[in-house]
Design a protein around this ligand. Sequence first.
Ligand SMILES: [Zn+2]
Length: 314
Amino acid sequence: MFRRAALLAVLQCLAGAPIAAQAATDLLTHAERTAFVETGRYAEVESLCRSYQQAYPTAVRCVEFGRTPEGRPMLAIVASQSGALDPAAARRRGLPVLLAQGGIHAGEIEGKDAGFIVLRELLAGRQAAGVLAKAVFVFVPVFNVDGHERFGAWHRPNQNGPREMGWRTTAQNLNLNRDYMKADAPEMRAMLGLLNAWDPIVYADLHTTDGADFQVDISVQVEPLFAGDAGLRPLGLALRDRALADLTAAGFVPVPFYPSFVKDDEPASGFENDVSTPRFSLAYWALHNRFGVLVETHSWKPYQRRVEATRDTL
Ligand SMILES: [Zn+2]
């Protein structure tokens, strides 16, 4: 395989084909290569982080922002075509920052695969052309890295793919999406450092729900919207409704609330749309007068569809 790839590269150079085309195929994810049957291990995140930086040296930086209790690197990929690839430069230029994270619950991993696709499409100018010249995208493929590497087939029994996946909690058995206020986990302290450094205007946290089998593909919740700064709430509402409208236009069924019954196993109890407490990402980041976004795809939908819904949301 190596010899064939090397030969192709030589032929492309001789033919004057753009190197970027070769780079783009190297940036495919394991999920794409397996038709979304599988997701890659963390070694893939490490190699893609380096590969993106090599393919786009002026527009991408691969950053280690912490170490997990089991000694793995916590990685963020910073992408911007503005020249601002560090927090000070972004702040000086007044550039808006979007920080998106996959795998805070590592079994719910479409955020990782969707984010890599978004990164590739943005950098190649195939989606939202020009936006990276005016903004910074900070992508954390996997927040709960040690949990991601506790890999197995039955960690989320009601979930329709990938074939194997990570585990919900960290190696210290901490649930990161309950830890924003107390910051017990070293991973959380590293993430709070990253958030405080970049001060993203939008912080998107990418999950998968479980529970009953609904028609719904995905839910998108934004704060401030029901709570928080009164001046920001209309903007939060507009951000959420624009995302829902775009998802509907793309053929998905999105809802603006977390789709689980008020009482478990009692459909007649209905749904409620409320504001979480700040131990969760959504409300925590809203306390900073910035927008938290909680994205939840539906675990009964096939993995590819969940990745696509997450990609389109981003
Ligand atoms: Zn989750």
